[in-house]
Design a protein around this ligand. Structure first.
Ligand code: SF4
Length: 692
C-alpha cells in the first residue's frame, strides 16, 4: 500500500543555539527525512551531523506515553487535578516561595512564557529558574553590567565579515558546528581572515586556527585585561562613548603577563592581531561562562570591545553563543529567577507593576527567586516542598549531582514533565507528565543572533503526550485562574508575549516584537524567521553601532576586573579536570542517544589524559580509570593524547547513571557559583585519578 506524500514542513533544529532551519518530510509511517533549509538565514542549507540525524530520533522507543502517579498509569485529569491541588495546598500552608519550577532552554518560547507567568504572576514567587543558568547566565549578567540590557549586539554574518575572529572558551567546531562551517568557508574564500583559538585543550576548532593559545586554566580575564592595557598603550581607546575607563584600566594594569602562563611572543602575536584589526569579533561560550568568576571574564572581553569601539558595526563585536536552542527565548520571557518577561527587571517596581497590570495578576513576585544551585539547596533543606521539573534532567546535569538527586528524592512532591520514560530525575518523581517532543509541537525559538524561528508540528504526539504550554495552562486553570490561562493555541501565547513587549519597550526594554501583537493563527503558521527588535520604527539589525546603550548615562560601561584564580589543587586532588561536549551527542543523550549513527562517533564515556600523566599513573590506552572528587566518582575509559595539557585531563558531560562504565560527570563537579550570575563553575574540578 502506498502512502500519499506529506508536504515539506519548515522547522528548526532542537539542538544548539545556532538555530538551523530544517526541511522535514514525514512518510506517514513514523519515518522522517530532514535536510537543511537553504532559505533559513542561520544555516543557508547546512546541517551538522546531529541535525541531519534528527529523523533517527523521533521513534517512540523509550518515550513516556501516559501520565503516571506514584509509578502507576493515570488519566490526565487525575494527574493535573493532583498537581493543582498539591500546589494550592502547599501555597496555603507554606506560602508561594515553597514552590519551585526548574525548566529548560530547550522549551519553546510559548512554553517558557506560560511557566513564567504561572509562577511569577499567579503563584506569586520568583522561584522559576532554568538550566540556561548553567549555560549562559554569566553572559546575561555581563551584558547587563556593560550595556544596561541583556543584548547580543551582533549577527552571525559578523564572523564572515571580520578580519580577525577570536574564539575563547568555545569549541565551535563541535558545539556550534554550522557556525563553524560558515566561518571555515569564509576563511577559505578570504584567507586573510585570521582565526585565533584560546583554549587549554587542542580541539577540532584549532584546525582552522592561525594561532592557538593554551593559557593557564582560568586566566581568560587576565588575558583580556592585558589586552585592554595594550589598547590603551596603542591609543586605541574611544573615551567618548564609555564610562569607567580609568577604573577598568587601573585593574587591568595590575595584571602580570605571567598570570596567563603564555610566552611573551604568543601574547604579542595575539595583541598585534586584535589591535591591528578594526573588524574583530570575539566569540565566547561555556568556557568563559561556566566559571565562578564567569561574569568578570565576560566583562573583561566586553571591556575591550567597548573601549576600542569595536561593537555593533559589520564584522565587529563580542558574541556570546548559547548552548541551547532557546536559551535566548528563555531570557526574553524572563525564564531566569532574577528577570521578568520581555527583559524587564524584577527588582524595578515600575516594571513589576506594568507586568502585573498586563497579566491581571493577583500575586506578583516581589523579588528575585532562587537560582538553580540555591534552588536545589532549598529543596535539600525542605524549604521547597513542591518542585516541578520540565524538560531537563537536574539529577544528572547539576553540579554535585548525587546530592541534587538525594535532595529531589527527599522532596515532598515532585512533578516531572518529560518526553523520555526513564531519566535520572524522572525516577524520583511522584507525578510524571508526558510531554510532546521535537516534531510534535508548535512554537518559536530564538537563536544566538536574536533570530526568532518557528518550530512546527510534523507528526502526531507520541501516546498521550501534550505540549508543555498546555499542561502548564491546565494547571493554572485548575488552580483558579481560568481567564489568565485560556489560550487555545500557541499563536495566542506568542501574540500575548508580543503585546507585552510593546509595553516593555515603553519602559526602556530593548526586547520588542510588538509588530506581532495582533498576529493571527494563519500568520503565525506562516511566520518567517526574523531578527528582533520588530516594533514601531524598529527592524532587526545590530545594536550599539550608534554609541547609545541602555545604561543610565547612555554610554557603554566598563567594569574593573580583578582576575580570580580557579579552585586550588591539592595533594589529594592534584588534577584539574576540564569538561565539555562531544560532536555527536546532546546533553544527557535522551534524543541523540537513539541514533546508532551518532553513537558510533564516540561510543562511551572517556577521559583524555596527557601521555606523561598516563605513564605516571600506570594507565595505558583503553583501560578504565576511576576519577574522584570530594563530591563523587566516575569510571571512564582512558584515551592517551597530547590534545590535553599535562595535569589537565578532559571528560565529556553527556553520559548519565544509566550508562556503563559510569560516566556521570555532574557527580564530580562542585556546586561553586559565580557571585554575580549564580552560574555554576561546571568547566573544571580538582580530581584524583587512579586505575580502576
Ligand atoms: Fe542543529 Fe546546531 Fe547542528 Fe545547526 S549546528 S544542525 S542547530 S545542532
Amino acid at each position: 500500500m502506498t502512502h500519499p506524500a506529506k508536504p515539506t514542513i519548515r522547522t528548526t533544529c532542537p539542538y544548539c543555539g545556532v538555530g538551523c532551519g530544517v526541511l522535514a518530510n514525514a512518510d506517514g509511517q513514523g519515518g522522517l527525512s530532514v535536510r537543511g533549509d537553504p532559505d533559513h538565514p542561520a544555516n543557508l542549507g547546512r546541517l551538522c551531523v546531529k541535525g541531519s540525524a534528527l529523523g533517527e530520533t523521533v521513534g517512540h522507543g523509550g518515550r513516556l506515553l501516559a501520565p503516571q502517579i506514584g509509578g502507576r498509569a493515570a488519566t490526565w485529569d487525575e494527574a493535573l487535578d493532583l498537581v493543582a491541588r498539591r500546589f494550592a495546598q502547599t501555597i496555603a500552608r507554606h506560602g508561594p516561595d515553597s514552590i519551585a519550577f526548574y525548566v529548560s532552554g530547550q522549551m519553546l518560547t510559548e512554553d517558557y512564557y506560560v511557566a513564567n507567568k504561572l509562577m511569577k504572576g499567579f503563584i506569586g514567587s520568583g522561584n522559576i529558574d532554568t538550566n540556561s543558568r548553567l549555560c549562559m547566565a554569566s553572559s546575561v549578567a555581563g551584558h547587563r553590567r556593560a550595556f544596561g540590557s541583556d543584548t547580543v549586539p551582533g549577527l552571525y554574518e559578523d564572523l564572515e565579515l571580520a578580519d580577525t575572529v577570536v574564539l575563547v572558551g568555545s569549541n565551535l567546531a563541535w558545539c556550534h558546528p554550522v557556525l563553524y562551517q560558515r566561518l571555515a568557508a569564509a576563511k577559505e574564500k578570504r584567507p586573510g581572515l585570521r582565526v585565533v583559538v584560546i583554549d587549554p585543550r587542542r580541539t577540532a576548532t584549532c584546525d582552522i586556527a592561525d594561532l592557538h593559545l593554551r593559557p593557564a586554566p582560568g586566566s581568560d580575564a587576565a588575558l583580556f585585561n592585558l589586552l585592554l592595557s595594550e589598547l590603551s598603550r596603542r591609543s586605541i581607546i574611544c573615551r567618548d562613548d564609555i564610562d569607567n575607563i580609568e577604573d577598568a584600566l587601573t585593574a587591568a594594569n595590575a595584571v602580570s603577563p605571567q598570570a596567563t602562563g603564555l610566552a611573551h611572543s604568543q601574547l604579542w602575536q595575539f595583541y598585534d592581531l586584535w589591535c591591528g584589526s578594526e573588524k574583530v569579533v570575539t566569540v565566547y561560550s561555556q568556557g568563559i561562562n561556566q566559571s565562578d568568576s564567569g561574569t568578570d571574564k565576560v566583562n573583561a572581553i566586553l571591556n575591550c570591545h567597548l573601549a576600542s569601539g569595536r561593537i555593533g558595526r559589520p564584522g565587529m563585536g563580542p558574541f556570546s553563543v548559547t548552548g541551547q536552542p532557546n536559551a535566548m527565548g528563555g531570557r526574553e520571557v524572563g525564564g531566569l529567577a532574577n528577570m521578568l518577561a520581555c527583559h524587564l527587571d524584577i527588582e524595578n517596581p515600575d516594571h513589576r507593576r506594568a507586568v502585573r497590570d498586563f497579566w491581571g495578576a493577583p500575586g506578583m513576585a516581589e523579588r528575585p527567586g532562587l537560582k538553580a544551585v540555591d534552588m536545589f539547596h532549598a529543596v535539600e533543606q525542605g524549604r521547597i516542598k513542591a518542585l516541578w521539573v520540565i524538560c531537563t534532567n537536574p539529577a544528572a546535569s547539576m553540579p554535585d549531582a548525587d546530592r541534587v538527586a538525594r535532595a529531589i528524592a527527599g522532596c515532598d512532591f515532585v512533578v516531572v514533565s518529560e518526553t523520555a520514560a526513564q531519566t535520572d530525575t524522572s525516577r524520583l518523581a511522584h507525578v510524571l507528565l508526558p510531554a510532546t517532543g521535537w516534531g510534535e509541537k508548535d512554537g518559536t525559538v530564538t537563536n544566538s543572533e536574536r533570530r526568532i524561528s518557528r518550530q512546527r508540528r510534523i507528526m502526531p504526539p507520541a501516546g498521550q503526550a501534550r505540549d508543555d504550554w498546555r499542561i502548564l495552562a491546565e494547571v493554572g486553570r485548575r488552580m483558579g485562574w481560568p481567564e489568565a490561562f485560556a489560550w487555545n493555541g500557541p499563536a495566542q501565547v506568542f501574540a500575548e508575549h508580543a503585546a507585552l513587549s510593546g509595553i516593555a519597550g515603553g519602559l526602556g526594554s530593548d526586547f520588542d516584537i510588538s509588530a506581532h501583537a495582533d498576529i493571527s493563527t494563519a500568520d503565525y503558521d506562516r511566520l518567517e524567521p526574523f531578527l528582533w527588535p520588530q516594533g514601531a520604527g524598529k527592524q532587526g539589525g545590530r545594536f550599539f553601532g550608534d554609541g547609545r546603550f541602555h545604561t543610565p548615562s547612555g554610554r557603554g560601561r566598563l567594569v574593573p576586573v580583578t582576575p580570580r584564580d580557579p579552585q586550588p589543587l591539592n595533594q589529594d586532588y592534584p588534577f584539574r579536570l576540564n569538561t565539555g561536549r562531544i560532536r555527536d551527542q546532546w546533553h544527557t543523550m535522551t534524543r541523540t542517544g537513539l541514533s546508532p549513527r551518532l553513537s558510533r562517533h564516540l561510543a562511551e564515556p572517556f577521559l583524555e589524559l596527557h601521555p606523561l600523566d598516563a605513564a605516571r599513573l600506570g594507565l595505558t590506552p583503553a583501560v578504565l580509570a576511576e576519577v574522584e572528587s570530594p563530591q563523587g566518582r566516575a569510571i571512564l575509559r582512558v584515551l592517551v593524547t597530547e590534545r590535553v595539557a599535562q595535569g589537565h585531563p578532559f571528560a565529556p558531560i553527556h553520559w548519565t547513571g544509566e550508562t556503563a562504565p559510569a560516566g556521570r560527570i555532574g557527580a564530580l563537579l562542585p556546586a561553586l557559583t559565580d557571585p554575580v550570575s549564580g552560574q555554576p563553575a561546571l568547566k573544571s574540578a580538582p580530581v584524583a585519578i587512579r586505575p580502576f
